[in-house]
Design a protein around this ligand. Structure first.
Ligand code: ZN
Length: 346
């Protein structure tokens, strides 16, 4: 029905054709019939015209965004646009409930996505800063960097409501940085996703991690080289993310990770880190890593980098971020990468 309605209103020629057809039929009738037909035809044209005016009114939205000439507002695509909120329904002259048929609410990752401007085909770079929230001074300096960055806060940091609210107010996107089972000898912190937990305890820990602040688009793993290589554990995590409409970013702390593959299998937006900015936290190494990020973005169309609130990283980003657009890249939050990757299959 929706299709039919669109067809009718989209082709203005059809309006013009209809009365002609009816007029062609009229000569066959008698005088009175002709008059009736003419009146009916005029009425039909008026109703169709009114419908078209109302449907294509200033607020009417196309189900598919027509290709904008210069830039495309990613948020426009991310927000529940396809599932258009109210506008088209209110002015519909004929009852066609199908057109407005209960749109699925957008998943949380789209609802909480921060805006990004990207020209079609423009290479995108998302900078993610992990381990946010513990070192308040460096976390604050990170928040002060040009937006949008994607900031991954550890759920066991304190004062998270304030910290994450300030981060969003500054234009940054939020992730929960969920601690997961690392290799031997490392401590991921409290409420980590560890191997060998019974399912109820794993659920409880995930739920705790996801309950410490609001407005995040998804999670990425803190440490987790062993957990992310464990299919059953990842399947459990992804099931929870799917129920909550969240995306997953695989930090790729291990080459044996199956996390991204499990996320895809569960039908949730799955992203992967391309470059670590500060494995070697010397200023020269971080700057060089940023050049790698640009190279990946040119080649792949997007690049996701992960860094940490370290002085060298913050300083290098403070230099690099202001010119990134001038160099042809779109600086985006991770949700914009997820939105682009999701687009062809939508
Ligand atoms: Zn971490």
């Amino acid at each position: 029905m929706a299709k039919r309605a669109r067809k009718t209103t989209r082709k203005p020629t059809r309006k013009a054709r209809k009365p002609a057809k009816r007029r062609a039929a009229a000569p066959r009738g008698r005088g009175l019939a002709r008059l009736v037909w003419a009146t009916a035809g005029a009425l039909a044209v008026a109703v169709l015209a009114l419908g078209a005016i109302l449907f294509f009114g200033p607020d009417a939205r196309e189900p598919r965004p027509s290709p904008p000439v210069a830039t495309m507002q990613v948020p426009a695509e991310e927000r529940p646009v396809a599932t258009a909120p109210a506008p088209p329904t209110q002015t519909r002259p004929r009852p066609e409930p199908q057109v407005a048929a209960a749109p699925q609410p957008a998943p949380a990752w789209r609802q909480h996505a921060m805006p990004a401007s990207v020209a079609p085909g423009q290479p995108m770079i998302a900078i993610v800063i992990d381990d946010m929230g513990l070192d308040r001074a460096r976390s604050n300096r990170t928040v002060d960097l040009p937006a949008p960055l994607t900031l991954a806060y550890l759920a066991y940091a304190s004062d998270l409501d304030t910290q994450t609210r300030d981060a969003r107010a500054a234009g940054h996107e939020l992730l929960v940085h969920v601690p997961m089972q690392p290799g031997p000898g490392a401590d991921p912190g409290p409420n980590a996703v560890l191997l060998g937990l019974d399912p109820a305890e794993l659920d409880r820990r995930m739920a705790w991690n996801l309950s410490r602040f609001d407005n995040f688009v998804g999670i990425n793993n803190h440490m987790g080289s062993q957990a992310t290589a464990d299919r059953p554990a990842m399947a459990k995590v992804m099931t929870m993310l799917r129920e909550r409409g969240l995306l997953f970013l695989d930090s790729r702390t291990s080459g044996a990770t199956v996390a991204q593959a499990e996320a895809e299998k569960h039908g949730i937006p799955a992203l992967r880190r391309d470059v670590f900015l500060d494995h070697d936290p010397s200023p020269i190494a971080v700057r060089s890593a940023l050049l790698d990020v640009e190279e990946v973005a040119r080649r792949q169309g997007h690049a996701i980098a992960i860094g940490h609130p370290k002085d060298a990283t913050i300083d290098a980003l403070a230099e690099w971020l202001p010119d990134v657009r001038a160099r042809g890249f779109a600086l985006v939050p991770v949700s914009a990468v997820a939105a682009r990757l999701a687009a062809p299959s939508q």
